[in-house]
Design a protein around this ligand. Structure first.
Ligand SMILES: C=CC1=C(C)c2cc3[nH]c(cc4nc(cc5[nH]c(cc1n2)c(C)c5CCC(=O)O)C(CCC(=O)O)=C4C)c(C)c3C=C
Ligand SMILES: [Fe+2]
Ligand SMILES: [Fe+2]
Length: 357
């Protein structure tokens, strides 16, 4: 590389090189990457085994010593759980597109964010999405954006609350890709956004819109968050506090009294103690206490997925009904609602500060 090339700054000047063997360099752009959790490619045993194997081998998710955990995972859990989880995914599968709802919805969110970003910045911004586990992989998406000339990237984990098994591992994966690059893009990671006013407004509107369609008002709104082992909270992960705060801010946004929304946690995995109360038990207890009409919302999920479409609408619903409940109303995740997209664009824009004019 010539001395001049080494001094080159981002911009069109970088295209003119005298050396014919110099790698082509694209015009400098900014990338925005929406990062979600990931989902299996199909519902068969091997697709589930591959997906769960990658997910549950992540030390941010299950942090036991590898020598202890891997034999249990490979020999016990991955022989049985793919069948159980495969059945759950089959019951919610998007058969039209032959893919998981999480993938369909993340793509739809990305398309809408792309449209808005194009209107704001034209071709200066490239928007894409990636998954932490499975496809499209974080590695392939970041590499593609770098090849397209994205010298700066806003990496946006789609989790309103920070969690080490979600936000942190998404960021870790992005940095793993950067570790292998000769020319690293600059990267900004988006922090937790549960307190963002647009996000809270969208969440509150999603509640009031559903309530307007009901004959009677549910006597309780249950905010069901994905759980984590209690140890994570004691070790400094603020996820549990972020969830409690989300419920309080949602209640204030709705103008409701204390006690009208309960905070509970679902999806317990393994024998360790997890944060609680457990949604599945709590809804049964509510029915026994006389709350015959309840609604359930999932503010930890930016898109509907197996945990909401199967676990809440089947297992948790059935637990409520079996205990004497009468109406169980599920309030969908914000998915690609326009007010949710507005909030995501505003959050991404805040992180783009100074990078675009
Ligand atoms: C094993 C421990 C797990 C922890 C800790 C955990 C935390 C956690 N997860 C989400 C969001 C999602 N999890 C999803 C599925 C899912 N989660 C676990 C395990 C843990 N999650 C498993 C084994 C699975 C797979 C499904 C199953 O076999 O039960 C999903 C849905 C993905 C989809 O494809 O639809 C999401 C989203 C959060 C927010 C969280 C804590 C911070
Ligand atoms: Fe999970
Ligand atoms: Fe689950």
């Amino acid at each position: 590389m010539s001395e001049n090339a080494a001094k080159d700054q981002p911009g069109e000047g970088r295209l003119s090189h005298t050396q014919s063997d110099h790698p082509p360099i694209a015009r400098a752009k900014v990338g925005v990457v929406l990062a979600n959790l990931g989902t299996p490619d199909n519902t068969d045993y091997w697709s589930l085994r591959r997906y769960l194997g990658e997910f549950l081998s992540d030390q941010r998710v299950v942090d036991y010593a590898r020598w202890k955990w891997q034999p249990i995972l490979q020999l016990v859990i991955l022989t049985r759980r793919p069948f159980v989880s495969g059945k759950a995914y089959k019951s919610i599968w998007n058969t039209e597109k032959d893919e998981s709802p999480l993938l369909t919805i993340t793509r739809a969110q990305t398309e809408k964010v792309t449209e808005r970003m194009k209107a704001l910045y034209g071709d200066d911004v490239e928007v894409d999405f990636c998954m932490r586990y499975g496809n499209p992989s974080t590695d392939s998406v970041l590499k593609r954006l770098a090849e397209k000339g994205c010298e700066r990237i806003v990496f946006f984990p789609l989790y309103p609350q920070y969690g080490s098994p979600t936000t942190a591992t998404a960021n870790d994966q992005a940095f793993r890709t950067l570790m292998k690059m000769k020319w690293q893009p600059s990267i900004r990671t988006v922090p937790a956004y549960f307190a963002h006013s647009g996000f809270l407004q969208a969440l509150a509107s999603s509640v009031t819109e559903v309530y307007q369609t009901l004959d009677g008002r549910p006597s309780k709104l249950v905010a069901s968050y994905h759980g984590v082992p209690e140890r994570f909270l004691l070790d400094g992960d603020p996820y549990h506090c972020h969830c409690q705060k989300t419920t309080r801010l949602l209640r204030e946004q709705l103008g409701w009294e204390k006690g009208e929304i309960d905070t509970v946690f679902q999806s317990k995995f393994g024998p360790e103690k997890w944060v609680g109360p457990a949604t599945v038990d709590h809804v049964a207890e509510l029915a026994r206490q006389g709350h015959k009409h309840i609604a359930v919302i999932s503010p930890a999920f930016s898109s509907d997925c197996v945990e909401t479409l199967e676990e809440i609408q089947e297992e948790i619903h059935d637990s409520f009904m079996a205990a004497g409940g009468e109406t169980f109303t599920y309030i969908p995740c914000l998915n690609d609602r326009d007010d949710h997209i507005d909030a995501l664009v505003d959050i991404a824009n805040n992180e783009l500060g100074g990078w675009l004019t």
